[in-house]
Design a protein around this ligand. Structure first.
Ligand code: ATP
Length: 506
């Protein structure tokens, strides 16, 4: 397989060529960090969303789903802290004119120091062989100690500076570390400024009556403001969860890396309401559950890892990311946060409405604590796409590109091909298509040689190709070709549906 940078480029090119993802407004040269899902991409995206919904809502009797509006009362964002604190520090390089997130420049510098330490360890392990004592080496090697001290020193300035909006301290860190712009190589930086990530617009028919409102930067707040309505009308008993999927908008300072970081994206979030004091138990539970969800799709477990947060957001008392090994390295795919009673208490305070729960088991009223699971649908899409993209040598000099998508997520479950366009084969093929399409997304195609049609469906990840030939007319059997093994089997038409459904369950 190609190196990782190549792989990423190939995945992006493939996504366009095979109708998964297009740049938004491409005929106008595109809109930065906005993408459209195409005919195959929108099916894949819908299937990922459905798979999430099924495992979170359908499989949990104590979780219900909602669909709240993107526009919300402006005070929601005041209460949640987004108006005052949903900022990123930004900095520009005057030579390249490129804009960066100042904290990310520093975090990247820390990562470089960390990999220097790792390299020292690997080198020493080689040199000392079996007698290597890693712990002792880390404690005593002067270069390791110097780099670790540097990291600690930077963190001890960065984290308080971020909390206290101390932009000058962040700028000094960049200067003192001698961080250069990756494009121009220069240290010619502007000052660091705070930048609020929320998009705003006006609501109201006249300019005088206009009211600034925000496009939601997360779906979570739509759940919190509906908490009491859902709890009462659904007669929900704690612990219980509310789930929703939907668009979120963030005016990201640096939005690169394809659909990994966009300005308009989709989240799949679940807020789990628990008794105060029990949140850590549920936090651990959801960490495990969510990791199991990812591996249930057949993606190797070593492509995932937890990253426990050292620096917690103002609303959290514990937080971890599930990171995925994207082509550009391990990056956040999902966040699991113990959000305490921060959000509900803030909404109580700002709305003047009680958002309490009377717990009949302990005969007490309280503001519930919340454990949140929040995953970006687009990031999951990118994870699935890059994990599935495979180039294979199939015979001497011949290669194929196959998207080894989990069958349950594949845009089409089967493609129906009459071998030729005559002798009644198309009619028979259509008959099969009519039978299957009620239950599965299927694709019917007569054009081109059969090998070409197989390749096209390998490239979009269709798990089965069903070929109708002359024997079909005699005994009602077809050949069914499995995408990954390319094995062909002869089965009766009546068995096709069973074969597909079995594979989807797997
Ligand atoms: P990051 O640190 O990458 O900016 P975040 O910690 O701000 O992400 P959260 O606020 O926890 O992200 O949002 C939950 C999930 O939403 C993330 O794990 C990610 O999958 C997704 N997400 C967040 N921002 C974006 C974006 N700009 N584009 C696509 N997905 C996003």
């Amino acid at each position: 397989m190609a190196n990782t940078e190549d792989l990423f480029k190939k995945v992006i090119a493939h996504a366009k060529e095979y109708g998964f993802v297009f740049q938004s407004s491409e005929i106008y040269d595109g809109l930065s960090a906005v993408y459209d899902y195409a005919q195959n991409g929108s099916e894949l995206k819908k299937n990922i969303r459905d798979y999430w919904w099924k495992s979170m809502v359908q499989m949990h009797e104590n979780i219900v789903g909602i669909d709240s509006a993107i526009f919300m009362h402006p005070t929601v964002w005041k209460a949640s802290g987004h108006v005052d604190a949903f900022n990123d520090p930004m900095i520009d390089n005057k030579d390249s004119k490129k804009r960066y997130r100042a904290d990310v420049l520093i975090e990247d510098y820390i990562s470089k120091l960390e990999s220097k330490i790792e390299k020292e360890v690997t080198k020493a392990a080689k040199r000392f062989g079996d007698s290597f004592d890693k712990a002792q080496f880390l404690e005593t090697n002067p270069r390791v100690i110097a780099n670790r001290d540097k990291i600690e020193k930077i963190k001890s300035v960065l984290y308080p500076a971020m909390d206290n909006d101390d932009m000058a301290a962040i700028k000094s860190l960049i200067e003192n570390a001698g961080i250069v712009c990756p494009i121009s190589g220069s240290k010619n930086w502007t000052e660091v400024r705070q930048f609020n990530l929320m998009f705003s617009t006006q609501m109201g028919s006249t300019a005088e009556g206009a009211n600034e409102i925000f496009l939601r930067p997360e779906t979570a707040q739509g759940i919190f403001v509906n908490y009491l309505n859902v709890q009462k009308t659904g007669r929900m008993k704690i612990p219980f969860g509310i789930a929703q999927t939907g668009k979120a908008f963030r005016n990201e300072i640096v939005a690169r890396q394809f659909i990994f970081r966009m300005r308009e994206f989709e989240q799949m979030e679940m807020q789990f309401f628990v008794r105060p004091g029990e949140e850590m138990k549920w936090y651990d539970y959801w960490k495990e559950q969510r990791m199991n969800w990812h591996t249930s799709l057949g993606i190797p477990a070593d492509k995932f890892r937890f990253h426990d947060h050292e620096k917690l957001a103002h609303y959290a008392n514990a937080a971890a990311d599930i990171e995925f090994k994207f082509p550009m390295g391990f990056k956040e795919l999902e966040g699991i946060h113990s959000r305490t009673d921060f959000d509900l208490s803030a909404h109580e305070e700002h709305s003047g409405k009680k958002l309490r729960y009377h717990d009949p088991e302990i005969n007490e009223s309280y503001v519930p604590y919340v454990v949140e699971t929040s995953i970006g649908l687009d990031r999951m899409f990118l994870a699935i796409l890059s994990n599935s993209y495979t180039e294979e040598q199939i015979e001497e000099g011949n290669t194929r590109v196959v998207m080894k998508l989990p069958p349950v997520l594949a845009p089409y479950k089967a493609a129906i091909f009459p071998l030729t366009k005559k002798d009644g084969l198309p009619e028979k093929g259509r008959e099969i298509m009519e039978k299957l399409k009620m239950d599965y997304m299927c694709f019917y195609e007569e054009k081109d040689a059969i090998g070409k049609r197989y390749r096209r469906h390998d490239a979009i990840g269709t798990p089965y190709c069903v070929t109708v030939d002359h024997q079909t007319l005699e005994d009602n059997t077809v050949t069914i070709r499995e995408r990954d093994s390319m094995k062909q089997e002869r089965i009766s038409i009546d068995e096709i549906s069973g074969v597909i459904s079995q594979r989807l369950k797997g």
